[in-house]
Every structure is written in structure tokens, then in C-alpha cells.
Design a binder for this molecule. Structure first.
Ligand code: KIV
Ligand code: ZN
Length: 546
């Protein structure tokens, strides 16, 4: 087996993360995330589950072609592997291969459950049949692709002796990565350490060139601890997601594992290829795209992770930074510069600051960003990095504008019914105006938008927060909506079809404008996704999109 000091980071944000109900991204967003993952320095990008739908296959294919060949990589060695997930059957494996074969380094990742509970109730297969299927399907995947990964699903609850047999067969059939998932987040760090050590020591055929990988879920809050325990036991690939998004309580979070290995280097003696200064930015990107808000106290990327607010802590911090800080904020890309730019800053200053934050804009984009910046500077005295990030997210990290906010007027308060008049430019270029009353200004605004767009959906979540302190702060709104049009996707493991959920993001000093933008953003995604879907010749809204 591979036993060096390098831990490969296998990112599954676009598969296990995106596939979980409530985190749908459009194909353009997936591509943008994949580019950013490559820039971050991940070794493997699991780009999706191509058998889920033709859209999913197409999204993986584009990532394989575009990111899997040049990426943001500086050298050829850094071009990431692009993996596609497949259940252990020929049809899934063919689709995964069709999707990833355009990458310079393609990988097929196939899986089959090995726990007694899954074999009996889900697969309805005997252990002997499971061994046989693994052997045949890994060999089939190997006949197409040189790089094959195999996962015994629910390994955390599988009989270790049985795992040695199954994994030994997978090696014999050509798998070079053996990924050990704690699918339901059940094991403890001690147990997982023993499981991985046992696999490393007892699997027939284990040798140099075979990588043991770990893939943990966070149902009991032990995903990161289990992943690190598995790495200590000899695993040299960690399967993770940005912000820990994923099924139920989520997957192991990339930023936690990477920063634990870096911060406690003397304990682990292991390295990754991740540029940790990009962690904060990519965390925001994924949060904005999915609409899944990062909790303030989330390790590494939460907004409070580096805020030492309690008086006693602040006093200690001023005396010496290391009293309460085990990592420097700049190491994860949290820039604490307060005053960045002001009303009189010019285009050059804006371009330079954005470049320092990792955004290289072309001239047209810079014009767009500068116009937003000036507008904001008229309303807000000092513009910070956080404001700039929000403006960039608002302007650029959004779907195509099917509907665009063209004007908004709201009356609210204690005297009379809250009323909103909304003007939207539609895909046909026509400006539509509608007025509605509601229980509050947001309700009235959303009702007016609904009347124009007519895309049946349910608002699942609405979040608002101030980006910086001060009464002139930008308000940031994220929403999640679920279409009522039957647009679904299939989960690879449970094989359950569930409705897609779309996230939207908006930022403005006027929180009702931010709320409107976030909602329109999510509706645009819903419309685009439905139009992109090959299942629909014409979308439900009668809108012809270019
Ligand atoms: O959690 C799991 O078992 C998985 C496998 C498909 C690797 O996601
Ligand atoms: Zn998983």
C-alpha cells in the first residue's frame, strides 16, 4: 500500500454534497466550484453521479473536459483526477466512463454494500453474490479505465473479516483505491482506527500502489475525528466536502481535516496539497450557490471562528496573539483588514484589492464590479473585504438572469398593510410590474414576484444577516426553495427520487432588496435547471430561453 507522508484530498462536494436533498447547483455553478477546487489544490474531484440523470452526466462530462485538463493547476502534476460515481452495474459504469473519459486523469468509483443489514434489506444478496459482483464490476470498470476506486458501502457496520475478502477481490480485479465509508456515521474514532488498521494489515494483495481511503459521515458529530483516526491508521486519501455538506448531518469537512493536519503537524507528520488561504473564499462560494448557510461557530470557516469577542479573550489577544489563537486567520484566507476602500478609491485600487482576494476580473467584469462598488460607497462609508466578497458573490456567482430586478418599492410599518410593487425584466426583454400586499414587506415582495414569474415553489428557508457591524452594513440574504413541478434527482445510495432544492443569494444595504434578489436568484436557477433538463422539451413556465 501507499505509505508516504502525503494525504490525498478527494473532494465530493459535487457528488455526496450536492446530491444530498437541499443542495442543488446548476451545471454552471458546478463547473465554477470544480474550477475553484482545482485552484484550491484538491487531488481528486468527484464531479457527480452520472447515472442520476442526463443532466448529471453532462455536468460531469463538462467538468472532466474543462477542469480535468487544465484547471487552475500550475503544473501538469496538479491537474486533478476527475471521478464519477457508479453503482456496481454495467449501465452505471458505462455512464460514469462516458462522463469522465475526457479528463486527463479519469477515475471510475464504484460501490456495493457489505454490511449484513444492507446486503439483506437493500441488496437482497448473499455475501457470496456480493463478492462475485464486486469482482466482476471492478474488472469491468478496469477494462474501461485504468484508475478504479471501490467502496464497500456501510463498511463502518460491516464484518471486518468479510471486508478483507471483498477488498482482496477488488484489488485482484484491478482497484487501486479502496475507500472505506462510515456511511451512516456510526463508528467511534477508536473503532474506525482499528477497522482501517485491520484492513491495511489483513487485506490480501495490499501493497505499494494501493491507496486506502476514508469517507465518514457526521451523524454523531465524529466525522472529522474518525477521518483523522483512519489517517493515523494508514489511510492516505480523505474523502471530504466543503463546509461538510452532505447527506443528513453531512460529510467530513475538508477545511477541518486539512487544518488539523496542518496545525497539528508535529502529531500527524503529514501534508496535503491544499492552499489553505483559499478555504474561506471557497466556503462562501459553496454556501452562496447551495443556499446552505455556514453556522457561525463552524470550525475554520464559521464567521465566529476567528472572532475573539469575550472581553477576557480580547485582552489576552492584545497581549499576545497566540494566547487564544491556534491558527492565523490569514492562513485560511480570513482577512481582518477593516478599512479597505472608500468613496474615492478608483478602479485600480479595486482591481488590486480583488486580485489580492483571489478574484481576477476582465475589463467588462471590473466595470460591473466598479459600478456596484461606487453605488455601495455612496451609501456606506468604508468598504471592507467582506463587503467586496458579498458584491462579487452577488454580481458574478449567480445564475443567468432569466428574470432581473428592475425596481422595487415597499411600504411597511404599523400603519396599514405592507405593500410591495415589483418591476422585473423578463427573459423576453419585457418589463413586468406587479403590486401585492403581504403579512410583512418580504412576504409582499415575494407575492408580487410570484405573480410575475409564476414558477410554483415552496420557500423552505430564509436567512438574513449583516455582513459587517454598523448600521450601514450590507445585509446578506440566502433562501432555499423547492419547485413544485416534479423536477427530481436520484440519490445514488438510497435510490430514492427527491425534489430538487435551489438556493439563492442576495446582498444589499437595503434588506428588502437583498431579499428580492435572493429569491429571484433561486427562481432563476429553478427555471434554468428545468430548461436544461432534457426531460422537458419546453419548460413549465412557457418561457423560451436562449
Ligand atoms: O457514504 C457512502 O457510503 C458513500 C459511498 C458511495 C462511497 O458515499
Ligand atoms: Zn457518503
Amino acid at each position: 500500500m501507499t505509505n508516504n507522508n502525503y494525504v490525498r484530498i478527494f473532494d465530493t462536494t459535487l457528488r455526496d454534497g450536492e446530491q444530498s436533498p437541499g443542495a442543488t447547483m446548476t451545471s454552471a455553478e458546478k463547473l465554477e466550484v470544480a474550477h475553484n477546487l482545482a485552484r484550491l489544490g484538491v487531488d481528486v474531484i468527484e464531479a457527480g453521479f452520472p447515472a442520476a440523470s442526463p443532466d448529471d452526466l453532462e455536468a460531469v462530462r463538462r467538468i472532466a473536459l474543462e477542469v480535468g485538463n487544465q484547471a487552475g493547476a500550475e503544473s501538469e502534476a496538479k491537474i486533478p483526477v476527475i471521478a464519477g460515481l457508479a453503482r456496481a452495474n454495467k449501465s452505471d459504469i458505462d455512464k460514469a466512463w462516458e462522463a469522465v473519459q475526457g479528463a486527463k486523469h479519469p477515475r471510475i468509483h464504484t460501490f456495493l454494500a457489505t454490511s449484513a443489514i444492507h446486503m439483506k434489506h437493500k441488496l437482497k444478496m448473499d455475501p457470496e453474490e456480493v463478492v462475485q459482483r464486486v469482482s466482476e464490476m471492478v474488472a469491468y470498470a478496469k477494462s474501461l479505465c485504468d484508475d478504479v476506486e471501490f467502496s464497500p458501502e456501510d463498511a463502518g457496520r460491516s464484518d471486518p473479516e468479510f471486508l478483507y475478502v471483498v477488498l482482496g477481490e477488488a484489488i485482484k480485479s484491478g482497484a487501486t483505491t479502496l475507500n472505506i465509508p462510515d456511511t451512516v456515521g456510526y463508528t467511534t474514532p477508536d473503532e474506525f482506527y482499528k477497522l482501517i488498521k485491520g484492513i491495511v494489515e489483513n487485506t490480501p494483495g495490499m501493497r505499494e500502489g494501493i491507496t486506502v481511503s476514508v469517507h465518514c459521515h457526521d451523524d454523531l458529530g465524529m466525522a472529522t475525528a474518525n477521518t483523522l483516526a483512519g489517517i493515523r491508521a494508514g489511510a492516505r486519501q480523505a474523502e471530504v466536502t466543503i463546509n461538510g455538506i452532505g447527506e443528513r448531518a453531512g460529510n467530513t469537512s475538508l477545511e477541518e481535516v486539512v487544518m488539523a493536519l496542518k496545525t497539528r503537524h508535529p502529531v500527524f507528520g503529514l501534508d496535503t496539497g491544499i492552499d489553505t488561504r483559499q478555504l474561506s473564499r471557497i466556503s462562501k462560494l459553496v454556501s452562496n450557490y447551495t443556499g446552505i448557510v455556514v453556522q457561525p461557530n463552524k470550525a475554520i470557516v464559521g464567521s465566529n471562528a476567528f472572532a475573539h469577542e469575550a472581553g477576557i479573550h480580547q485582552d489576552g489577544m492584545l497581549k499576545h496573539q497566540t494566547t487564544y489563537e491556534i491558527m492565523r486567520p490569514e492562513d485560511v484566507g480570513v482577512n481582518q483588514t477593516k478599512l479597505v476602500l472608500g468613496k474615492h478609491s478608483g478602479r485600480h485600487a479595486l482591481r488590486a484589492r480583488l486580485a489580492e482576494l483571489g478574484h481576477s476580473l476582465d475589463d467588462v467584469e471590473l466595470d460591473q464590479a466598479f459600478a456596484r462598488f461606487k453605488e455601495l460607497a455612496d451609501r456606506k462609508k468604508f468598504i471592507t473585504d467582506l463587503d467586496l466578497e458579498a458584491v462579487i458573490a452577488d454580481e458574478f456567482y449567480k445564475p443567468r438572469d432569466v428574470y432581473l430586478l428592475n425596481g422595487l418599492q415597499v411600504t411597511c410599518g404599523t400603519m396599514g398593510m405592507p405593500t410591495a410593487t415589483v418591476r422585473l425584466r423578463g427573459p423576453d426583454g419585457v418589463v413586468h410590474t406587479h403590486a401585492a400586499m403581504g403579512t410583512g414587506p418580504v412576504d409582499a415582495t415575494y407575492k408580487a414576484i410570484n405573480a410575475i414569474v409564476n414558477a410554483p415553489c415552496t420557500l423552505l428557508e430564509f436567512n438574513i444577516h449583516a455582513i459587517t457591524e454598523g448600521i450601514d452594513a450590507l445585509g446578506e440574504v440566502t433562501v432555499r426553495i423547492q419547485g413544485r413541478n416534479g423536477h427530481t434527482t436520484m440519490d445514488a445510495q438510497s435510490e430514492v427520487e427527491y425534489p430538487r432544492v435551489y438556493g439563492g443569494h442576495g446582498a444589499d444595504t437595503d434588506i428588502i432588496v437583498a431579499s428580492a434578489k435572493a429569491y429571484i436568484n433561486a427562481l432563476n436557477k429553478l427555471i434554468i435547471a428545468q430548461t436544461e433538463s432534457r426531460e422537458y422539451a419546453v419548460n413549465d413556465f412557457g418561457v423560451m430561453l436562449g
